[in-house]
Design a protein. Structure first.
Length: 180
């Protein structure tokens, strides 16, 4: 961050549009890096977003790939979006869903769900992985709701060009069911 501290950036925000720059913490998860931006010491959450993870970019040699073993979640939802590569999502509700670039997966844990994220079956070639995962804190009255899983293919995600830049909005708009 060019030797500028977060406090120094916060002080300059009165005259500019940047309120805070957060340096992510890097963690190697066995062949790929995850950079966690939220939570941080300077900012615990942004709106309902409790965690923001940037995965990769990672390059896996033939025969290898992401292998996140089954693990539980409660009281939150996750949004997974890939720029590159493929992950197979499996969960305790019985869903088996490939996540491919441009698609959005929304997993609502509610009272509890177990899931894994692994490479696809075809590991013969070198593969790349690059994406983000947002963790959303559910409203208190929704923390014990039934778990759910929704997949939105890339073709269903709106895309537009703004000043010659491709923009895709992947945020999930809360529905009535989300607030029940």
């Amino acid at each position: 961050m060019n030797n500028v501290t977060a406090k120094e950036i916060e002080r300059t925000s009165a005259s500019g549009s940047i309120e805070l720059v957060i340096e992510p913490r890097e963690r190697d998860l066995g062949g790929f890096l995850v950079r966690r931006v939220l939570p941080s010491r300077q900012r615990r959450m942004v709106g309902p977003f409790a965690f923001f993870d940037h995965v990769g970019p990672a390059l896996f040699p033939p025969g290898e790939g992401i292998q996140v073993r089954p693990h539980p979640h409660i009281g939150l939802a996750t949004v997974t979006y890939l720029f590159e590569g493929e992950i197979i999502h499996r969960d305790s509700l019985g869903f088996v869903q490939p996540i491919q670039p441009g698609a959005v997966n929304l997993m609502t844990a509610g009272r509890g769900i177990v899931h894994s994220e692994r490479a696809g079956e075809d590991l013969d070639a070198t593969s790349r992985l690059h994406g983000i995962q947002l963790w959303i804190a559910l409203p208190t009255d929704q923390e014990e709701r039934e778990p759910a899983f929704e997949h939105y293919p890339a073709i269903d995600i709106p895309e537009l060009d703004v000043a010659s830049v491709r923009v895709r909005v992947i945020a999930v708009r809360p529905t009535d069911e989300f607030h029940r």
